[in-house]
Design a protein around this ligand. Sequence first.
Ligand SMILES: [Zn+2]
Length: 256
Amino acid sequence: MDSHRRRFLCLLSVLIPSLWNGLPRTSFPDLDEKSTFSYITSGSKYSKKVALTFDDGWYMYNDATESILDTFKKYELKSTFFVVGCEMKKSKELWQRAIDEGHILMNHTQTHRCLDTLSKFGMKYELFGWEDSYDSLERGNPLRILRFPANAGANNLWVYEQLCDLGFYYGAGWSIDSNDWKRAADTSSNVQYVKDNILPYLDNGKIVLQHCLPSSASALEDIILHCLEHNLEIVKLTELPGTPVYIPKKRYFVIR
Ligand SMILES: [Zn+2]
């Protein structure tokens, strides 16, 4: 092999992995260009990154949410919260803290209604109502990425069509379900239950679904330690390569 060819192949072997890791596989298209709905359930299996996501944020469990934020702060990690809009309004200080500490808040509707039971008008109220609630905080940049309450309508093409008409093109699903809502209280067996539903399945590109609940709050530190031990980096959903909502560092898209 001549030296030019060897140099070229060597360059490729450096460039290809860095392109894979460093660039989005698909970036946010302009809203005008996007016409179909994307439902995300995992990131790239080639990147050693996982996204822990937390739903709901009910007022009655604010202590659990505080504890989750404390744990992330201790390890200097950021997460993604799909907060119900009316709960966000009730606990502005708490959710402002989440934003100030670098977490992302995303749409989980205003009152946690199942989207497949609503008219288009009802969906509009739920989705834009959430954005109004978000606007009452000192904002970061809201991204139109939606998690379906109770996952209802997540496979419904009619619902997708209405969402696209309303300017929502991205749904956030998950690849690991903690089922923490079935055992919310902070008991050692519940905490073990949450960990058992997550830890054996944690791997490259996984999106984990948890809720802001006492059992999940108490399981969090062990989940973080497990990730550290297995060299898995915990990132926000928008930093998970291989998803259509991946935003590479130093570039920022606002889709609203
Ligand atoms: Zn929910």
